[in-house]
Write a protein that binds this ligand. Structure first.
Ligand code: HEC
Length: 99
């Protein structure tokens, strides 16, 4: 698969399926995070939206991968199958970056 360089997205990711990632995020993540494009405010206002996560300076697929597998006190431990993890990461990294 060719790596297509697209301006305006956080980082082109060569793995995962962004559409499936969004579908999974709507079920598993949307209770706390805004997972769709269109704003920084999440259902739980203290929780970063996926768009703002994508816009975090220096955010990379690798960093997301580490975060998603690391337990955090404020977020329930997420047990996400590897394939779904790749899909979610490719979805987040496909979100528009405003810089
Ligand atoms: C019960 C609420 C809740 C759910 C469900 C949830 N999160 Fe979170 N998430 C949080 C909170 C709270 C934070 C902020 C934690 C912090 O900053 O310490 C966070 C932070 C994050 C971050 C890091 C943001 C950053 O800027 O570093 C990522 C990535 C993330 N969540 C991904 C996910 C994914 C993917 C899912 C679904 C599979 C998910 N979250 C489901 C509450 C949730």
């Amino acid at each position: 698969m060719a790596l297509v360089l697209m301006p305006g997205i956080a980082e082109a990711v060569e793995f995962g399926n962004p559409q499936l990632g969004l579908a999974y995020a709507r079920v598993r993540c949307a209770g706390c995070h805004r997972v769709e494009v269109g704003g920084a405010i999440s259902p739980l206002p203290v929780v970063p939206s996926f768009e703002s996560i994508a816009n975090t300076l220096g955010m990379t697929a690798r960093a997301l991968n580490v975060w998603i597998q690391t337990p955090h006190p404020t977020m329930p431990n997420l047990i996400i199958p590897t394939e779904e993890r790749d899909n979610i990461i490719s979805y987040i990294m496909s979100l528009p970056v405003k810089r």
